[in-house]
Design a protein around this ligand. Structure first.
Ligand SMILES: Nc1ncnc2c1ncn2[C@@H]1O[C@H](COP(=O)(O)OP(=O)(O)OP(=O)(O)O)[C@@H](O)[C@H]1O
Ligand SMILES: [Mg+2]
Length: 259
């Protein structure tokens, strides 16, 4: 059975997309897992990172969601057709595009709108994957609710900088509500400190996070490095070259597999 992990934080620029891509690549290339990445952000940064250039005639996440909004169900063939392959990093993925922002509107009036993504990801082809990583958009809305309704785990990348902890209560509150109602399979949120550096603000934020999330902090931390930007530019995952962040994402993959 596949494990679905939502990578979420409504705060922008905290390392969600970088984590989806590089945790995915480390799971695939170093842990020999079959991985599907799902881009659930109209900004489509993950799709671009993976080298997707639209349009290629195949459905994106936007069409999958609109299909379910219109007819409640989706054929497994359409879901299969939406899966692309990224050769360099050995990753399969379902891309997003800017029109996903409009799908969000259609979803709001659809019946049982929280379970739209769950219905898409229940296609039998999804069972072929060991891990499905969902890269969420930076907003607390219907798309995020869908990700948390479909997932069994939520990883929250938190940039260890000032103000970065402020929105966490709203996010963990939403997580708690979903776990208590529509998705009892959702485990405790896992906190991943990102962009850690030697400044006092970073050290203090890390200390506060550790105190607040004692039981659910991941052991791995991701340091700040220009390698992240270089990787998104080249499309080559961090674990494929020799650098500190690559080692950290490999450690994260081992930690996730060991859970
Ligand atoms: N560990 C890191 N060290 C330095 N820069 C990083 C690190 N991780 C990510 N970045 C850079 O920070 C920026 C934001 O990262 P990323 O796109 O992963 O965040 P995000 O949370 O997905 O953003 P959004 O909320 O807009 O989707 C990018 O330019 C990325 O290259
Ligand atoms: Mg992103």
């Amino acid at each position: 059975m596949s494990k679905l992990i939502a990578i979420a934080n409504q705060k922008g620029g905290v390392g969600k997309t970088t984590t989806a891509m590089n945790l995915g690549a480390a799971l695939s290339l170093h842990r020999n897992k079959k991985v599907l990445l799902v881009d659930l952000d109209p900004q489509a940064n993950l799709s671009e990172y993976l080298g997707y250039s639209e349009p290629d005639g195949k459905p994106t996440m936007t069409q999958l969601i609109l299909t379910v909004c219109r007819s409640s169900v989706i054929s497994p063939e359409v879901v299969k057709d939406s899966i692309r392959h990224n050769e360099i990093n050995n990753l399969d993925y379902i891309p997003a595009d800017i029109n996903l922002a409009n799908a969000d509107v259609a979803m709001s009036s659809a019946l049982s709108r929280e379970t739209i993504l769950k219905r898409i990801l229940s296609a039998n082809i999804i069972d072929d994957y060991d891990y499905v990583l969902i890269d969420c958009l930076p907003a607390l809305g219907v798309l995020l609710i869908n990700a948390l309704t479909a997932a069994q785990e939520m990883v929250i990348p938190v940039q260890t900088q000032k103000f970065s902890i402020d929105g966490l209560t709203a996010l963990t509150g939403l997580h708690g509500q979903i776990a208590a109602t529509i998705n009892p399979a959702l485990s405790q949120p896992l906190v991943l400190p990102t962009m850690v550096d030697n400044t006092n603000v970073s050290k203090n934020t890390l200390r506060t996070l550790t105190e607040r999330f004692t039981d659910t902090m991941l052991n791995t931390v991701i340091h700040k490095s220009v390698e992240a930007a270089k990787s998104s530019e080249s499309g080559v995952a961090l674990c494929k070259t020799k650098n500190r962040l690559g080692e950290e994402y490999k450690a994260l993959a081992s930690e996730i597999v060991g859970r």
